[in-house]
Design a protein. Structure first.
Lengths: 278, 508
């Protein structure tokens, strides 16, 4: 059951049919525009990464995730350029630091702190869902789902001939986990749930919002150059990341917080980073 | 001995059986050696359909997802080994079909369950309302039922009254301008609003639905509900249907209550009339008996032996006065009865000398030895009234009789006539009694109304002033009363002065 809300009278709700219709019509255009712009930035970022040029890959990461995080900030704070530029520059700096060695990746953890710093300066960012849920139950559900999905991934990978399950060198493993916690999960939750799902569910049916958000998140992962290009890896990505994204939407809708979904994502990626190709 | 399982225990048994069935099919498939391409995979339809029927859409989808979780490692391995073969595609399609079966069959089961619950709830509600539940409680019950059926955060029904206003469980319900309710009330259909609450919460928003409740071609109310999930078309139709049934039941209850209260009011009125009639008979008997006692007593005295002339005259005067009083009483009763029956009293207006009229009345009461001092004052220039003489004599005798009745002995009762306007003469009767309490004054001209004063022994039927008013108004005049704060009463009668053409004037 969703978290309870204050008593509310449907008949007393303010209603302007013309404004409501205009909002519904405006949503697909605005959202498609935003997705196209961010998608283009991602394609550029992917292309930059594919060049295999170290510094261009850093720029690609900063541009791609910076676009997602800036869009999330812009959703709740109209004066977003004040923070957006800073986030991209910080991402660049973090990327550069991470390239200095495995332990440099710890710098990725600066991103959540940077977002918390923005939240400290402007409470409007909390409307994105950066807050604790009212009870621990959604967090437990998120942890449970992430662990289940991660465990299932490990079993699947152990059954698959071309993959093995085992911890890589600790420094490399921690670097990957730091990237997931600090950038990967953070930007995905903030943008695909905090922006896309939230905007759609306010104007369209919840299931449609879930489908759009999940589809967009899947597209983002499928164009990620870090994803192996084999058929089984792509099929697995569709299954696991689709389930993860849909569950994160559900957890966000249930709790009003991005944290349960983020927790599920982090736990899943903890397992994912333990899977390696032979 | 058969042990009946509790619902949670029964659900647990079903879940364990479900998981066991899925595990058994998976084990057989593994034994078969063909992995996800095994024809045995179609057996997964059984637990999926079972879960869908038993647990609804959520159960069906969850079971299909569980099957997918079990099947996917095998499927991925097959894809890795042979690529995206036709068998692999078939296996994926099977999983998609299972998911569809879980969702569709579960949806149908949910719908059937919702319909059953809905009809049971409406039946229970109608029975509850039919037991004579007050309107407010009926609406509250309907709101609770709707909230439960729609699994809504809030649900409410407002019933439209004949004057176009709405009532809810708390009474009159105002719909704010620019609100969903106000819009639906004036539009031709319902409306759904997403993001309805002003209280913004990340990731979720309240959906509000409102529909008009129409019976025949009449809007009998509105129904609204709010919750976090979307309202399907089926649920909006259900809201409307339920709302109409509930509103009709409430309307019937309201009409029943109204009828009941009207009957109760009419019964109360009849009881009051009966009580008043009994009281009237009792008072009338007493009022009639008093002069009769005097008449009988004094006449027996006169018959028993001879008295001195002065004493005999005194006795005869008493007999005369009591007979006159009895006559007035009977006249009043008869006139009031005639008025109540709607019959007209014929008046014959004629020029009547004002001074003679007032003097005659004063003399009549002086002769009765009331112990009061009667004075008469008539303005110069006032000569005649155009009234029925008998009627005016009764008007004045009633007013003076009241003045005598309510003023202490040895006080003055003044009768006067002044020019009220060019066409009217104002006749006043003033006494030095305690006056009339403010609360009683608006009612003293009503029939059978008597001013109750503690310790007062004044008698009467409460007819005199009602008759005065009727006679004066029938004569084209008006009557009023003024009191000087415990220093007596002053009754004024305004009557037409200029003599016109004499003729019969019917009393309405």
């Amino acid at each position: 059951m969703p978290m309870p809300l204050r008593p509310f009278s449907a008949l007393d709700a303010p209603y302007d049919p013309l404004a409501a219709a205009a909002r519904r019509r405006a949503l697909p255009r605005a959202m498609l525009g935003a997705l196209a712009a961010i998608g283009s930035l991602f394609v550029v970022a992917v292309w930059l990464e594919l060049t295999r040029h170290e510094w261009l890959r850093v720029v690609g990461l900063a541009v791609g995730h910076g676009a997602l995080l800036t869009a999330a900030v812009a959703r709740t704070i109209p004066e977003w350029p004040r923070y957006g530029g800073g986030l991209v520059i910080l991402l660049l700096a973090v990327g550069v630091t991470a390239r200095q060695g495995p332990w440099g990746a710890v710098a990725y953890l600066a991103m959540p702190l940077a977002l918390l710093s923005v939240l400290g300066r402007d409470r409007r960012l909390a409307a994105l869902g950066i807050c604790l849920p009212l009870t621990w139950l959604p967090l437990a559900a998120g942890a449970g789902f992430g662990a289940l999905l991660g465990g299932h991934l490990l079993i699947s990978a152990s059954l698959t001939v071309g993959y093995h399950v085992g911890l890589p060198p600790v420094s490399r493993y921690l670097a990957a986990v730091a990237y997931d916690v600090g950038v990967n999960v953070l930007s995905a939750e903030c943008f695909f749930r905090g922006v896309v799902f939230d905007a759609y569910q306010r104007r369209r049916p919840v299931l449609l919002a879930l489908a759009v958000s999940t589809g967009a998140a899947l597209a983002r992962y499928l164009v990620d150059p870090a994803l192996p290009r084999s058929v089984e890896a792509m099929a697995g990505a569709v299954l696991y990341l689709g389930a993860l994204s849909a569950a994160s939407c559900g957890l966000f809708w249930w709790s009003g917080s991005l944290l349960p979904g983020a927790l599920a994502g982090v736990l899943f990626f903890l397992a994912y980073r333990a899977v390696g190709a032979w | 001995m058969v042990t009946r399982l509790s619902p949670p225990a029964w659900t647990a048994v079903r879940l364990v059986s479900l998981v066991g069935l899925i595990g058994a099919i998976t084990a057989v498939m593994l034994w078969d050696g063909r992995g996800p391409a095994s024809a045995l995979r179609h057996l997964f339809v059984l637990p999926t359909a079972w879960a869908a029927v038993a647990l609804g859409r959520a159960g069906g989808v969850a079971t299909a997802a569980l099957v997918a979780l079990v099947d996917v490692p095998l499927l991925l391995r097959a894809i890795e080994a042979g690529g995206m073969t036709a068998e692999a595609v078939e296996a994926i399609v099977t999983l998609a079909v299972l998911l569809s079966i879980g969702a569709l069959a579960g949806g149908l089961a949910d719908r059937a369950r919702r319909h059953l619950t809905r009809y049971e709830a409406v039946l229970a509600l109608q029975q509850a309302i039919g037991r004579g539940t007050p309107l407010s409680e009926g609406i509250a019950l309907a709101n609770r039922t709707l909230r439960g059926l729609l699994r809504a955060e809030s649900a409410e029904i407002v019933v439209r009254r004949d004057d176009g206003s709405f009532v809810d469980e708390h009474g009159v319900r105002e719909l704010p301008r620019g609100s969903l309710g106000a819009w639906v009330a004036s539009a031709s259909g319902g409306a759904v609003l997403r993001d309805a609450s002003a209280e913004r919460q990340p990731g979720r928003s309240l959906r509000a639905a409102a529909v008009r409740l129409v019976a025949g071609d009449r809007v009998i109310g509105l129904a609204g509900a709010a919750r976090l999930t979307d309202f399907s078309r089926d649920e909006r139709a259900a809201l409307e249907t339920l709302g109409v049934q509930v509103a009709l039941a409430l309307e019937n209850a309201r009409l029943g209550n109204e009828l009941e209260s009207r009957v109760a009011a009419a019964t109360r009125e009849l009881s009051e009339l009966d009580r008043a009639k009994t009281e009237l008979v009792s008072i009338a008997s007493h009022e009639l008996r008093t002069p009769l006692t005097s008449l009988r007593g004094y006449s027996e005295l006169l018959l028993a032996r001879r008295y001195a002339e002065a004493d005999a005259r005194k006795f005869v005067t008493v007999i005369h006065n009591e007979a006159a009083r009895l006559g007035r009483l009977l006249d009043n009763l008869l006139d009031v009865a005639r008025i109540e029956r709607g019959q007209r009293i014929e008046l014959r207006p004629m020029p009547v000398d004002v001074r003679a009229l007032l003097e005659g009345c004063a003399e009549l009461f002086r002769a009765q030895g009331t112990g009061r001092c009667f004075t008469v004052a008539v303005d110069r220039g006032i000569a005649e009234l155009l009234v029925d003489r008998d009627a005016m004599e009764r008007v004045l005798s009633n007013l003076v009789s009241n003045a005598v009745k309510y003023s202490p002995p040895a006080t003055e009762i003044r009768l006067s006539a002044t020019l009220d306007s060019d066409e009217h003469v104002l006749i006043a009767v003033e006494d030095e009694g305690p006056g009339i309490p403010d609360a009683d004054r608006p009612h003293i001209f009503e029939r059978y109304y008597r001013v109750s004063r503690p310790g007062s022994t004044a008698r009467g039927l409460g007819l005199g002033l009602a008759l005065v008013k009727a006679l004066v108004e029938a004569s084209g005049g008006s009557v009023a009363v003024a009191c000087g704060g415990g220093k007596g009463s002053r009754f004024t009668v305004s009557l037409p002065a200029a003599p016109g053409v004499p003729g019969a004037r019917p009393l309405p």
